[in-house]
Design a protein around this ligand. Sequence first.
Ligand SMILES: Nc1nc2c(ncn2[C@@H]2O[C@H](COP(=O)(O)OP(=O)(O)OP(=O)(O)O)[C@@H](O)[C@H]2O)c(=O)[nH]1
Ligand SMILES: [Mg+2]
Length: 392
Amino acid sequence: MKLYTFTAETPTKALQKAQSACGKDALVVNTKMIRRKTFTSDGLYEVVVAVEDEKEVKDKEPTIDKNIKEKLENNIKVISKVDSLSIDEEPRATKEIKQLEESLESVNSRLLELQELFLQTQQNREIIVPPEFASVSQLLKRQGVDTADINEIVGESIKHMPVYMKNSPETVKRYFKVLLKKFIPIKKERKLTKQKIVMFVGPTGVGKTTTLAKLAARYSILEYNYKVGIITLDTYRIGAVEQLYQYAKMMKLPIEDAIGVEDFRTGLERFVNMDIILIDTVGNSQYDREKLKKLKEFISGTDLKIDINLVVSANSKLEDLKDIFESFNFLDLSSLIVTKIDETKYYGNVFSLIKKIKLPLAYFSVGQEVPDDIRVASSGFMIDCLFDGFKK
Ligand SMILES: Nc1nc2c(ncn2[C@@H]2O[C@H](COP(=O)(O)OP(=O)(O)OP(=O)(O)O)[C@@H](O)[C@H]2O)c(=O)[nH]1
Ligand SMILES: [Mg+2]
């Protein structure tokens, strides 16, 4: 006798299966419910039948091969291990994902940097300069004019300069001088028709106070006959007020010092009859936001219109000059004064700064002598310095 098991969703079906496989005379040994029928799943019933040994059984329930069963069991073990692992080690996985994300981010930012570098290199790439422009191009480069500016200027000239001009180095030079002048806006010194208030701001030690003293002399005695009043906001530093008081005394000009905004307003009121009021300020690092804000408080403390002159030194690097402009520009600058023209032989930085910021140039300071060493700005003077050097 052999025992065979058949299962189906009802006991009748299970028996039918058994009979069709083992014959109608198969002896039912046992019937039992394995799983109850529910709303969502069928029931499962098992019928065990006994068959004589020699009888062949068709469609008997396949019994699972032992090897396959073992493999299956192993697989299940491995899967449950992996499953438990993945739950236990979730923090590690999260950490790894985070690390991956971080590396991706850094690769991404590196790519952006490279892209920027590539664009800059493209911009600053040396263009092929024809021989007739070579000496001018070299000169601008030696002078420290920004490479992008040289490329733009020479590049445009290659396209537009009339052929007959290219034959003589002298005409080429003259052409460039005329062309470069166009990049220098100038603030003309006009005769006053109403009161003017001028403030001098800028980094430390660039020559704000000396320039103010030179201009005070120019406006009151040398060129004009204006009534000039001086106000100094530079009251913190020992000696700073004295320096300006000395100059004022020599020129017999009235001077006021202002510690706070209230003093400042009072000083301006006292000078209501002056033609021109010159205001000196304490030197400011372009990176000192606090001092810059303080300066803004003075300017905003009055309804009177103040012309703000940014004073920079010709011997600063182009990148520093750009930073200085960016930091002071929130004061609503009206013009630029370039000092220490005599302390350098390279003016490409000043040229490129002005070309970029387009702030009109008002004066050049060309030495320490008060009141002589000041020049009213002109684009010709700037370009002459660039091409032929500064001559006193
Ligand atoms: N060679 C040269 N020296 C100059 C020029 N202008 C000013 N100086 C000198 O630079 C130094 C500083 O000048 P100041 O006028 O005190 O400069 P400042 O900007 O008022 O300085 P702080 O008030 O300290 O920020 C002085 O020794 C001046 O004589 C210039 O055009 N050429
Ligand atoms: Mg000063």
